[in-house]
Ligand binder design. Structure first.
Ligand SMILES: C[S@@+](CC[C@H](N)C(=O)[O-])C[C@H]1O[C@@H](n2cnc3c(N)ncnc32)[C@H](O)[C@@H]1O
Length: 383
């Protein structure tokens, strides 16, 4: 199996620029009126909001159904490896709540989900309440939850007051685990946002707390771009297109933020995304006391964990490689090629866990077991 990193690409990007607009806490000292960045975030939010829930039949008919199941398997493995009974979980960019069942299986104690797309948060709410009609009715989740609609990489209002996520969640923190699945690259449009994302995670995690995530693998994307003649590549289920400004396939290494490309994945994604050079991400995370535990391209991840009996069995149950029945359908080569575009990472917040906090705090009564529309807190656009 191929290694997911290309040396030339990984060494091409320079270190992040100095904190021009940030104080040592990672707080913006002044707010740039960056319409482009805001429009990009809005575009992404509108795209995901517009995606309606699918019925089980529609889902099974998706051209990337096995890839979706493989992604679920990867997220389940990460959760299985790091979540502990009773954990407080922060799910950044939680989407429609597709991971709620995974967290329930891990017997967590509390869940906070935040997403910028109103439609997705509403779907997450109904799914949590057990009202969603797209899946079979299920028993209630065993953990209380809270949902927030907002930009988790920025959090400021139209009137330009800062509404920092770590302040919004002051009473809920510290969290044991923070998860950001298939979304952290949306923070990489500017250095300010990338830093804000990491500052939020660091401020909200307890010492020793874990940050798990999945995102596009910049090294693979850059490598594939350089392998083709034009500025686009893909297969029957996806395409990626870079703009003319990258016709030389060289990047401004002094500023590894805001390197945009358009990404289309059948039945899933159709919006602008940003390259996240992982070694820069690692350096930046380290500045916020988040040290790397591991990073693995999805191919490497599957290779390693599929060998473990408990995860082989989970793969069989999820059916990512087919269920062995019907038409014997399984993950196609084109879907497997898409998996190669992604990586999974785990970071740990520095410091020793405070073993007494569980006995001293009264966080057990947080959140609700039934969430009404009025319970959703909206931040960043209207506050
Ligand atoms: C590919 S989906 C992943 C959803 C979910 N994490 C999962 O794995 O099923 C990406 C999600 O990121 C959310 N998102 C993008 N930018 C965001 C931002 N700035 N703040 C909060 N959520 C954001 C989108 O609305 C969308 O729900």
């Amino acid at each position: 199996m191929k290694r997911g990193y290309e040396e030339s690409a990984s060494t091409s990007f320079g270190p992040p620029q100095s904190r021009r607009k940030l104080d040592p806490q990672g707080d913006a000292l002044f707010l740039e009126d960056d319409e482009t960045t805001r429009n990009l975030a809005r575009k992404v939010a509108d795209h995901y909001s517009a995606r309606t829930n699918q019925t089980l039949e529609e889902r099974e008919a998706s051209p990337i159904i096995h890839l979706k199941k493989l992604n679920n398997w990867i997220k389940s493995v990460l959760i299985h490896l790091y979540a502990r009974r009773g954990d407080f979980v922060l799910d950044l960019a939680c989407g429609k709540g597709g991971d709620l069942i995974k967290w329930d299986k891990a017997k967590i104690g509390y869940y906070v989900g935040i997403d910028i797309a109103e439609g997705s948060i509403e779907d997450c709410r109904t799914r949590y309440n057990g009202d969603a009609d797209h899946h079979q009715r299920r028993k209630k989740f065993t953990f209380p939850a809270r949902l927030i609609c907002g930009d988790c990489f920025e959090c400021r209002s139209r009137r330009k007051f800062l509404v920092r996520l770590d302040k919004v969640l002051e009473d809920d923190a510290p969290f044991d685990i923070c998860s950001c699945q298939f979304a952290l690259h949306y923070s990489w449009s500017t250095e300010t946002r990338a830093r804000r994302a990491l500052a939020n995670v660091s401020a909200l995690l307890r010492p020793g707390g874990i940050f798990i995530g999945t995102m596009p693998d910049a090294n693979v994307i850059v490598k594939k771009l350089r392998e083709v003649e034009g500025l686009a590549f893909g297969n029957s289920v996806y395409w990626i297109r870079f703009g003319e400004e990258y016709s030389e396939k060289k990047f401004r290494f002094s500023n590894p933020f805001g390197i945009k490309y358009n990404f289309h994945l059948e039945d899933a994604v159709d919006c602008p995304e940003c390259i996240v050079p992982f070694h820069v991400f690692k350096l930046l995370a380290d500045e916020y006391d988040l040290e790397l535990v591991f990073v693995k391209n999805f191919h490497e991840f599957v290779d390693e964990y599929f060998k473990k009996p408990e995860f082989t069995e989970l793969m069989r149950r999820l059916g990512a490689l087919g269920d062995g029945n019907k038409d014997n359908s399984t993950l196609s080569q084109d879907e497997w090629d898409v998996a190669y575009l992604y990586l999974a990472f785990v970071l740990r917040k520095r410091g020793q866990p405070d073993r007494t906090h569980r006995n001293n705090d009264n966080r057990g009564n947080k959140g609700q077991m039934q969430i009404s529309k009025g319970d959703i807190r909206y931040v960043s656009s209207e506050d």
